[in-house]
Design a protein around this ligand. Structure first.
Ligand SMILES: Cc1cc2nc3c(=O)[nH]c(=O)nc-3n(C[C@H](O)[C@H](O)[C@H](O)COP(=O)(O)OP(=O)(O)OC[C@H]3O[C@@H](n4cnc5c(N)ncnc54)[C@H](O)[C@@H]3O)c2cc1C
Length: 437
């Protein structure tokens, strides 16, 4: 049977859109190029692969990431529900076992009778011609062959920047007489491992990073990094204290050997529930592998550490959506086509998931022959959509993650504002959801 909807790309956004539409009773074909072809960052054969950190950020409602999760739950996100089942302990943060998570999403897609999962590289758009709607969700590492075929649809509006990946190490090879388990301010259980650095050790680390050999930035004219995932060496270039005030900040942590706060702390976050595998927080880098080994093994307690995956750096593509999209995420020039995920200009795992879900809902409205009612701008999902589709943003368009600055102001004392935003967003979203029934 011909599918009414084609989804291209089985990442977070594409899987979310396909699962949503299938649940609503539409026939969907989901085309994913893995395992036939992998981007430079993808490694797992399954869908919804988290390519860098395994963290889906805070779960607390008064944070933007926590509110976004609350909204996704209200909107019925399948991907978030599956992530809940694959959690690993990470204090107030929601982190998942990435392999289990990818497997869970793959199994959910494969098991759904309305989804036809095809493992193929989409390059020639004629395979998509018969569908009533096409959702493009090929992500920040969209295969270049497809970008070429898409040129008539996106004109010269595609842009490029860079992202970086953190190394992963074997926790059993870490010296626990130096490295200690703790969460900041002892909030929740002691899920992180912490490498305490005194001032001399911190400065020595910076020195090693500065002289380390790095992979050159080839093929691209201008490096533009994902702000939340800056390479270590870029942070060092920004100033000697950037790391100590950024990812290596020691606040809320006491070295049990001395009972005092270290000068800086390198944290390790657990990657898997059953296995002692950790990623180095903030250690994403384009240092060559030999240099990474030297820098990591010079850290206190890591002299004999086994490095399971080295850090690396990759291209990240996004479109200038405000020039291209209408309020329902469809292309002005080609209304049968919708854009979802990071390619649309959001930044982050759950933001990408959210845009997959919104695109799914917009396609649902189209196929049911009713107008799509945009989500309230007081919600993070609605505000992100508005950001992507407001032509006024086209000139200086940059990828955006969920943050309270996107929401219309609230006249409340500062201390109550975030909670107020969260309450208003969830109440208005609930009304929106009821209105769709
Ligand atoms: C290196 C890197 C690190 C990142 N780190 C983080 C982070 O730590 N935290 C965070 O919140 N966000 C991070 N991001 C940003 C973003 O949240 C993720 O990239 C997220 O996975 C995007 O979701 P998506 O569904 O849009 O794309 P993806 O999850 O990348 O899914 C796209 C899918 O499309 C497939 N595909 C591509 N081209 C084709 C084609 N022509 N035919 C068929 N299939 C195709 C790919 O194989 C992939 O499975 C990172 C991005 C990059 C590039």
């Amino acid at each position: 049977m011909m599918s009414r909807v084609e989804v291209v790309g089985g990442g977070l956004a594409g899987s979310e859109a396909a699962l949503y539409l299938a649940r609503q009773g539409f026939e969907v074909t989901l085309r994913e190029m893995k395992p036939l072809r992998y981007s430079a960052a993808h490694k797992l054969p399954g869908l919804a692969e988290l390519v860098c950190s395994n963290s889906l950020k805070s779960d607390q409602e008064e944070t933007a990431a926590g509110l976004l999760k609350g909204e996704l739950r209200l909107l019925g996100s399948s991907v978030l529900a599956l992530a809940e089942r694959c959690r690993v302990p990470a204090g107030a943060t929601m982190a998942v076992d990435r392999e289990k998570f990818s497997l869970a999403v793959t199994q959910a897609v494969e098991a759904h009778p309305a989804i036809n999962l095809r493992r193929e590289l989409v390059q020639d758009l004629t395979v998509l011609e018969q569908a009533e709607a096409v959702i493009l969700a090929t992500g920040p590492l969209t295969d270049p062959a497809l970008l070429t075929t898409l040129a008539p649809l996106i004109g010269k509006e595609d842009l490029y920047f860079y992202d970086a990946i953190s190394p992963i190490v074997d926790g059993t090879s870490i010296d626990r007489s130096i490295v200690f388990a703790a969460s900041r301010y002892e909030k929740g259980s002691a899920d992180y491992l912490n490498i305490p650095l005194d001032r001399r050790e911190y400065e020595a680390l910076l020195g090693r990073i500065v002289i380390a050999e790095k992979y050159p930035l080839r093929d691209f004219e201008e490096p533009r990094f994902f702000e939340a995932c800056l390479p270590l060496e870029v942070m060092v270039e920004r100033g000697a204290e950037t790391l100590a005030y950024g990812p290596f900040k020691p606040v809320g942590l006491l070295d049990p050997r001395t009972g005092t706060r270290p000068y800086a702390v390198v944290q390790l976050r657990r990657e898997r529930l059953e296995q002692e595998i950790y990623s180095l927080v903030g250690f994403q880098t384009r240092m060559v592998q030999g240099a990474q080994r030297e820098v990591i093994r010079a850290l206190p307690g890591l002299a004999a550490v086994e490095i399971l995956r080295y850090g690396s750096i990759h291209r990240n593509t996004f479109f200038n959506s405000p020039n291209l999209l209408r309020a329902d995420l469809s292309f002005g020039q080609e209304p049968r086509w919708y854009l979802a995920g990071q390619l649309s200009g959001v930044e982050g795992y759950l933001e990408s998931t959210a845009m997959g879900l919104v695109a799914g809902k917009a396609v649902e409205a189209k196929l049911q022959g009713r107008p799509f009612v945009p989500l309230p701008r007081t919600t993070l999902c609605g505000a992100l959509c508005a950001y992507l589709t407001d032509p006024g943003n086209a000139q200086r368009f940059q990828p955006m993650s969920a943050n309270y600055g996107l929401l219309p102001p609230l006249d409340l004392p500062r201390s109550e504002r975030k909670r107020g935003h969260a309450r208003r967003a969830l109440a208005e979203l609930e009304r929106w959801v009821l209105g769709q029934r």
